[in-house]
Design a protein around this ligand. Structure first.
Ligand code: NAI
Length: 336
């Protein structure tokens, strides 16, 4: 039998946290034969709520769950963890600009970078979910220089899954028969959902989605904007932001990273750019990746036309701006 691994969830008293902890403890993230010890980090104000979540985890009698740590102490939360899903952060409130959100989250991610570097297990794999996800991941990487950049990623899998969902609805096929959509760029409304390399399994075999849909206007306009705006549409309908789909996407992201992507299938992940596809280095950018033995690699050699190129640049420019803003709020008081 496998030894338990430690999985940290920050912001565990929040909406996504509440949905994800049971998913992890049921094996949806690391596999049905992998026991886990859950570490949950919250802010002091939410200690009681977090304790309630801990009580429910006990009440759920989950055989894979070998222990629960609920704390508001960063060092205790990060101690010895093999995997970290960073969902905690300052939420976007009405009227808040992107810059305000960055200002509030930079110090949080600066401080968590130190905790990660000092206390996590060597080779800890990190997924940043809290927004602005790409830029929080960058702050984490910059302030945890001992952690290899390849171990830090951010979530665009929800956007990727939304893209698969839209294609499957349009074609009337099962979502499991659609693959290889791509989300390029930032987890924001400048992301570029790209169906041009996607395929769908049909009675006639696996076919390119662009041939099956053959409606350029839908592919370049409606599909792109529906996926870009889907988070807003869910908020409008539910009066709360996406949480079950976000928790599910977090599990998909980690599972594929650790256990590998199926042969011939890629997924979208926010990773530290190495300059592939002309995307500048020094930002976290969503690319198509395949994963094997716990390592991701960017899919190379896909054709990018002028339309795609301009959309990809727009998102890279936004990330470059976010990086500059983030540096304005870096604090010199947090120890390294
Ligand atoms: P929420 O507001 O319900 O939960 C966030 C929790 O984080 C709260 O309990 C808060 O107290 C806690 N928190 C704040 N600062 C913290 C800190 N320093 N350490 C630990 N915990 C801290 O929000 P929800 O709906 O669960 O979303 C969480 C984050 O995920 C948000 O930033 C949201 O924008 C982001 N998100 C990202 C998605 C993506 O695709 N990348 C998709 C959906 C949400």
């Amino acid at each position: 039998p496998k030894q338990p691994v430690k999985v940290l969830v920050t912001g565990a008293a929040g909406q996504i946290g509440y949905a994800i902890v049971a998913m992890i403890a049921r094996g949806l993230m690391l596999g049905p034969d992998q026991p886990v010890v859950l570490h949950m980090l919250g802010i002091p104000k939410s200690a009681e709520t977090l304790n309630g979540v801990r009580m429910e985890l006990i009440d759920a009698a989950l055989p894979l769950l070998r222990g629960v740590v609920a704390t508001s102490d960063e060092a205790e939360a990060f101690r010895g963890v093999n995997f970290a899903v960073l969902i905690g952060g300052w939420p976007r409130k009405e009227g808040m600009q992107r810059k305000d959100l960055i200002a509030k989250n930079v110090p949080i991610y600066q401080s968590q970078a130190s905790a990660l570097q000092q206390h996590a297990a060597p080779n800890c794999k990190v997924l940043v979910v809290a927004n602005p996800a790409n830029t929080n991941a960058l702050v984490l990487k910059e302030f945890a220089p001992a952690v290899p950049a390849k171990n830090i990623t951010c979530l665009t899998r929800l956007d990727h899954n939304r893209a698969l969902g839209q294609i499957s609805e349009k074609l009337g096929v099962h979502v499991g028969d659609v693959r290889n959509a791509i989300v390029w760029g930032n987890h924001s409304s400048t992301q570029f959902p790209d169906a041009s390399h996607a395929t769908a399994r049909t009675q006639h075999g696996e076919m390119p989605v662009v041939e099956l849909i053959a409606d350029e206007k839908w592919l370049k306009e409606e599909f792109v904007s529906v996926v870009q705006q889907r988070g807003e549409a869910v908020i409008k309908a539910r009066k709360q932001s996406s949480s079950l789909s976000a928790a599910s996407a977090d599990c998909d992201h980690m599972r594929d990273w650790i256990l590998g992507t199926p042969k011939g299938t890629w997924v979208s992940m926010g990773v530290y750019s190495d300059g592939s596809y002309g995307v500048p280095e020094g930002i976290f950018y969503s690319f198509p990746v395949t994963c094997d033995k716990g390592e991701w690699s960017i899919v190379q050699g896909l054709e990018v036309d002028d339309f795609a190129r301009s959309k990809m640049e727009l998102s890279a420019n936004e990330l470059d701006e976010e990086r500059s803003m983030a540096y304005e709020f870096v604090s010199s008081e947090i120890d390294q």
